[in-house]
Design a protein around this ligand. Sequence first.
Ligand code: FPP
Length: 239
Amino acid sequence: MAQVEPQPVRIAAGTGEMPRHVAIIMDGNGRWAKKRMLPRAMGHKRGVETVRNIVRAAGELGLETLSLYAFSSENWKRPEEEINDLMALMRDFIKSDFDTFAKNDVRLKIIGDYKALSADIVEILEESVARTAKNSRTTLAVALNYGSQDEMVRAARAAAAQGEISASSIEANLDTAGLPPLDLLIRTSGEQRLSNFMLWQAAYAEFWFTETLWPDFSKDELAAALNEFACRERRYGGR
Ligand code: FPP
C-alpha cells in the first residue's frame, strides 16, 4: 500500500504582529448611564474618562495610531441639549488634556468635516494639531463631524480636480491620508455595524466586537483585542 506522505500541519497562526492602526467606534455611553439611572450626559462624561485612559494605554502598548469616532455627521440628529453636552466635553477635554498629550509625544489629527463645528472649537483643535504636529509616538486621530461616505465624495472630487480618479488618488485625498492602513476596528456595546465609519479604510481591517459599554472599556480589553489580532491570519484576498 502506498505510503501517505505526512502533510505539514497548517496552524492558523497569525502574524504575531501588533496592529499599527486601531480605530474604535466608542458606543454605549447612553446605555451605561441608563443602567445607573443617570442622565445621558454622565455617560458621555465617563466616556471621556475612558478616552483619556485609552489614549494613555495606546502609548503604553506601543500603538502607532489610534482613531476614535467621537462625533458622526449623523449625530446632529440628536437633541440639541445632548449635542451641546458633547461639544462642551470635547472643548474641556482638548483644553485640559492637550498639555499632557503634547508632553507624552501624542500627535493630534482631526478627520471629518470639523470646520462646521463652532468657531472656538475649530480654533482650539487647529491650535492643538499645530502644537503637536512634530510628535511621533502615537497619533490620535479624532473623527469629528465625520461620515465616511462624505469623506469619500470629498476625496473623489479632489482626485478628479487633480485629473485622475483611481484607488490610489482617492486614498491620497481621504482625511486619513498619511496614516498607516487600518488594521483593527473595534466597536463596543455589542453593536456590530460600521455606522458610516472608515468604510474605505476598513477594506482589509480585522474587526473586533465587545459587549462592554464604552465607559467600562479598559486597557486590559484593548490589550486582549491586540492579542487576538496577533493570532489572526490575514490574506488580503490571496491564500
Ligand atoms: C456613543 O454613545 C458615543 C458617542 C455618540 C460619542 C462618543 C463621545 C465621547 C466618548 C465623548 C467625547 C469624545 C472625545 C474624544 C473627547 P451613545 O450615546 O450612542 O450610547 P447608546 O448607544 O448607549 O445610547
